[in-house]
Structures are given as C-alpha cells and as structure tokens.
Design a protein around this ligand. Structure first.
Ligand SMILES: [Cu+2]
Length: 161
C-alpha cells in the first residue's frame, strides 16, 4: 500500500497532462449546414482544416461536390438523397457543392477551409470552369456572391477602382 499511492498519483498526473495536450491539439469544430427550401444555410461557411460539417434537414436533398471546384487532396462528396451526412475537411481551399436535384434552382454553396492563398484567383478559376462546362453554369451567381462575402470579411482585398 505504501508504494501504491504515489504510483497512482503519478498516473493521474500523466492522464491530466495528456488531457491538456489533447485539449490544445483537438480544436476541431463541428459546423452545421441546413437545407431550407431550395437553399443551403449558411450558403458560405468558413471553417478551419480538420473541422467537420454536418448537413442536416436533408429530406429531399443531397450533397455533391462540383468536381473541378474542389481543392486537390480533398475528398469528393456524393451523398444519397435524404441523407444527413458529416464530412471532414482537411485541405485548405474552397470547396463547392450542390444539391443534385435542385441544381437548376442554384441550390449550392461553398465551404472555405482555412485561409487559402489568393482566394480571388481561385474564384476566377472556378468562374472559368462555368464558362467551359454548361453543367456548372448555376455556380456563377453563387461565386459572385461568395466574392462579395469574402470582400466583406476581408479575405479578399477590395477591388481597386
Ligand atoms: Cu435540394
């Protein structure tokens, strides 16, 4: 008994130290996007790499990434109609997605992961995709709004006039 007590104390100390270490490392957050009518809310979401996003209230909706508008290394998404899903985003960049059946209503959104370099150029390159491939045309209006949103939050510098 005499020697057991200090050993237990040290075990507790180690466990406590580990909890603190994990506490500082595990800052990943979960964010929620809800389908409301034929819109995703929020349409533009800003998260940190490692964060997760849950898509909820999806009875007649799904989530499908627009393949040419996903950062390299980020897993593509193609969910089943009606499924609530949770996705982890590890790659810095701008991820586009749509609801497949409501893409004609421009039901889509963007998730900005971390602080991508030259986000204005990423938006330009995505715009170029919409000019080349008709199926991505509904993204144009969303991309314009995204640019305005990122100008407002300071991630894109105001255009020179
Ligand atoms: Cu939908």
């Amino acid at each position: 008994m005499k020697f057991e007590f200090p050993r237990r104390v040290s075990q507790v100390a180690v466990a406590t130290a580990m909890t603190f270490a994990l506490g500082t490392a595990a800052v990943a957050e979960n964010h929620v996007i809800q389908a409301k009518g034929v819109k995703f809310d929020p349409m533009f979401l800003y998260i940190q790499p490692g964060d997760t996003v849950s898509f909820e209230r999806m009875p007649s909706h799904n989530v499908e990434t627009l393949d040419p508008m996903v950062p390299e290394g980020q897993e593509k998404i193609m969910s089943e109609l009606g499924d609530n899903i949770t996705v982890t985003f590890d790659t810095v960049g701008i991820v586009s997605y749509k609801c497949t059946p409501h893409w004609g209503n421009r039901m889509g959104g963007f998730i900005v992961v971390g602080e991508p370099e030259n986000p204005g150029e990423i938006i330009d390159s995505y715009m170029a995709v919409t000019e080349e491939q008709k199926e991505y045309l509904p993204a144009r209006g969303l991309l314009k709004k995204l640019r305005v949103d990122m100008e407002k939050n300071g991630m894109i510098g105001a255009p020179e006039s």
